[in-house]
Design a protein around this ligand. Structure first.
Ligand SMILES: Cc1cc2nc3c(=O)[nH]c(=O)nc-3n(C[C@H](O)[C@H](O)[C@H](O)COP(=O)(O)OP(=O)(O)OC[C@H]3O[C@@H](n4cnc5c(N)ncnc54)[C@H](O)[C@@H]3O)c2cc1C
Length: 399
C-alpha cells in the first residue's frame, strides 16, 4: 500500500492513527520486500535497482517533499518512522532513502527555484531518477568548507572541475549536487552548490569497491573535467553553498539517526528470538541473567535513541532550530547502533559471526554511520560549540 498523501501542499502531520498505519505499512513492506533480499544483495555487493523502484513506488523517496512536487507532504516524525523501519531491514536501502530524500530533495525544496523544483523533484520522488550529494573530496572531508572543486564563471554559466569522493548513489544518479568554490579568497563565503546532470560532458563516476559494510549500496568517486552548466544550475546564490550543505546535513543526520534506531530494533528482535530458541546448559539462553543484561542494554539504547530522534523531528516539524538536537540524536543513535550490533553478535555467539543471522551485517553497516554525514567527533564539536559558544573545530582560530 503506497503512502497516503497529505491533504495540503506543504508538509503536515497525518495524525497519530494514520502515522501508526504508515509505520505498520513500512514495517510489513520491509519484512516482505527488503529483508528477504538483504543478505544476498550484501553478499553479491549488488545495488538492487528493482528494490529501489519498489521503495519509490511506496512513496518513500519523497515522503517529506510537498505534494505539488510529487512528494507525500508528510511531517518529519512520520518520515522518521518510515526510515527507522527501512533501516531495520537494510541500511544500504536506508541510505538510498536518506540521500535521495534528506540530502537531495530537501535541498532542492529549501533552496531551489520554482523551475529547479519542477524539473527535478517529481522525477526524484517517483524514483525515475536518483540524485547524489557531492560534498566530500579526496582531500576534504570533515573540513567541508575547504573544498577544492572549482567553479569558474563563463559567458553562459559555469565551468566546474574537481573530484568528489565517497559519493553514495554516484554511479546511478541522473543529477548530482556538486559543491564548488567560486572564489578561493572568500573561503566558505565563496562556495556554491550546482545541480549538475551526470550526463554532462566531462562528468564521470567510478565505483568504489571493498567496503566493510553497506556492500549493496552504491558508492562512487566522481570526476568533473570542465563540466559546463548554465547559471540556472546554481542552487541558491554564490556564497550559499556552505549553508546549503549544512541545511542538507541537518536533514541527512536526522535520517541516519532514524535508520540507526532501526538497526538497534533489529538487534533486539534478533537477539530475543535467538536467546529464546538456543539452549545451553539445558535451558534457553534467555534464562541467563547476563544474556538478559545484554538485551536490556540494547533496549535502553534503542529507546533512548528513538526519543532523541523524535525530539529532533518534533523541532523540525515546528520549524524551530534543531542543529544541536539533530547532532545529539545522530551521535547517540549511530554509536548505539554499533554497540547494539556488537552486543547482538555476542548474544548469538559464533552463529552471530556469519550471515545466517542479520547481526553481523548490522555491525558492518552500522560502522559507517559514525563516519558519514559528519563523524562522531564532528557531532561532539557541534554540541560543544552550542554549549560553550566556542568553535573547537578550528583549533587555532577564533569562533
Ligand atoms: C560509505 C560512505 C558513503 C558516503 N557517502 C557520502 C555522500 O553521499 N556524499 C558525501 O559528500 N560524502 C559521503 N561520504 C563521506 C563522509 O561524509 C566522510 O567520510 C566524512 O565526512 C569524514 O570525512 P573523511 O573521511 O575525509 O575523514 P577526515 O575528515 O579525514 O577525519 C578523519 C578523522 O579525524 C577526525 N577529525 C577531523 N577533523 C577533526 C576536528 N576538527 N576535530 C577532531 N577530530 C577531527 C574525524 O572525526 C575522524 O576521526 C561517505 C563516506 C562513506 C564511507
Amino acid at each position: 500500500m503506497p503512502l497516503p498523501v497529505a491533504p495540503a501542499s506543504s508538509r503536515c502531520a497525518p495524525g497519530p492513527s494514520i502515522a501508526s498505519t504508515i509505520r505498520e505499512t513500512a514495517r510489513s513492506f520491509t519484512d516482505k520486500e527488503i529483508i528477504p533480499a538483504a543478505k544476498e544483495n550484501a553478499r553479491n555487493a549488488h545495488f538492487d535497482t528493482d528494490l529501489v523502484k519498489k521503495i519509490a513506488d511506496q512513496g518513500y523517496l519523497g515522503a517529506i517533499v510537498p505534494r505539488d512536487y510529487g512528494g507525500a507532504g508528510l511531517d518529519y516524525i512520520t518520515y522518521g518512522l518510515i526510515v527507522e523501519e527501512i533501516g531495520r531491514g537494510d541500511s544500504a536501502m536506508r541510505t538510498v532513502v536518506s540521500v535521495q530524500t534528506s540530502l537531495v530533495c530537501s535541498s532542492i525544496v529549501r533552496w531551489g527555484t520554482e523551475e529547479q523544483k519542477q524539473r527535478w523533484l517529481p522525477r526524484l520522488c517517483s524514483g525515475e531518477s536518483l540524485g547524489c550529494f557531492g560534498l566530500t573530496e579526496p582531500d576534504t572531508g570533515s573540513d567541508a568548507a575547504n573544498l577544492r572543486t572549482r567553479a569558474t564563471k563563463t559567458d553562459s554559466g559555469w565551468s566546474i572541475s574537481g573530484q568528489k569522493m565517497w559519493i553514495s548513489l554516484g554511479n546511478f544518479s541522473e543529477v548530482a549536487l556538486i559543491f564548488a568554490q567560486t572564489d578561493p579568497e572568500k573561503k566558505h563565503r565563496g562556495l556554491a552548490c550546482f545541480l549538475v546532470p551526470t550526463a554532462s560532458e566531462g562528468f564521470s563516476a567510478q565505483e568504489i569497491h571493498g567496503k566493510l559494510g553497506l556492500r549493496s549500496s552504491d558508492t562512487a568517486s566522481l570526476a568533473l573535467d570542465e563540466v559546463e552548466v548554465g547559471d540556472d544550475a546554481m542552487l541558491g546564490e554564490i556564497g550559499d553553498g556552505f549553508k546549503v550543505a549544512m541545511s542538507a546535513l541537518d536533514n541527512g543526520r536526522y535520517s541516519v539517526a532514524a535508520g540507526c534506531v532501526g538497526i538497534c530494533d533489529g538487534c533486539v528482535d534478533a537477539s530475543v528470538a535467538y536467546a529464546k530458541e538456543r539452549k545451553q546448559f539445558g535451558v534457553p539462553l534467555a534464562r541467563f541473567q547476563l544474556v538478559q543484561e545484554m538485551i536490556a542494554d540494547m533496549i535502553l539504547k534503542r529507546d533512548a535513541s528513538r526519543m532523541l530522534v523524535y525530539r529532533a523531528g518534533a523541532l523540525k516539524d515546528e520549524g524551530k532550530p534543531n542543529t544541536t538536537e539533530t547532532s545529539v540524536a545522530k551521535l547517540y543513535a549511530t554509536e548505539s547502533a554499533v554497540e547494539c550490533a556488537n552486543l547482538a553478535i555476542q548474544v548469538h555467539g559464533g552463529a552471530g559471526y556469519v550471515d545466517d543471522y542479520p547481526v553481523e551485517r548490522y555491525l558492518r553497516d552500522a560502522r559507517v554511520t559514525t563516519l558519514y554525514e559528519g563523524t562522531s567527533q564532528i557531532q561532539k564539536l557541534i554540541i560543544g560549540r552550542a554549549a560553550t559558544g566556542i568553535n573547537a573545530m578550528l583549533p587555532f582560530e577564533e569562533s
